[in-house]
Design a protein around this ligand. Structure first.
Ligand SMILES: [Zn+2]
Ligand SMILES: [Zn+2]
Length: 172
């Protein structure tokens, strides 16, 4: 499992220093000049979730949230043109299904593996029956408030990290 610091990336030419400023107080200051629009820093969120209201509009990777599948499919869905014949094109991004068949899709084998290692293994309903508490929770969350799905992701991510760092052990 990657520690959070491994998923943070500074711009290649960016060096920073911690110091005080008479106008801004103590802080982290860049030693390089940037142009408007330059990316200074990127970081993957600890957890993220696509809003339920957005699911029918666009298919995204359940881990990194990059769009997956063919552009024409995304456009057809977005414009409600799904029944029109659109020219075929190569997929803009592959679609990788969750191995257990829960319905989650990913943009790559790597995202699928990362998602599984970072908490999806605890939340996957692929092998669940409709009576399984995980399945009931997922349906309830989708019907009432998708923030419950995000809360479950937070809990599973924290629990997974605790297991990774030998704070707790799980027997599944
Ligand atoms: Zn992805
Ligand atoms: Zn799954």
């Amino acid at each position: 499992m990657k520690a959070p610091s491994e998923e943070r990336h500074w711009a290649p030419h960016c060096q920073v220093e911690a110091r005080g400023s008479s106008t801004q107080g103590k802080g982290l200051f860049s030693c390089a000049q940037f142009k408007r629009g330059d990316v200074v820093f990127t970081e993957r969120p600890a957890v993220a979730s696509q809003a339920i209201d957005n699911l029918h509009l666009v298919t995204v990777c359940a881990h990194c949230h990059r769009t997956v599948g063919a552009l024409s499919t995304q456009l057809a869905r977005r414009a409600e043109l799904a029944e029109l014949e659109l020219p075929l094109e190569p997929p803009s991004c592959q679609v990788v299904q969750c191995e257990a068949g829960c319905g989650e899709v990913y943009c790559s084998e790597q995202c699928r593996a990362d998602a599984k290692a970072q908490g999806h293994a605890l939340l996957c309903v692929g092998d669940s029956t409709e009576e399984d508490p995980l399945f009931v929770h997922k349906v309830h969350s989708m019907e009432t408030n998708d923030v419950f799905l995000l809360a479950a992701k937070v809990a599973s991510a924290v629990l997974t990290r605790c297991v990774d760092y030998d704070v707790v052990s799980l027997s599944l």
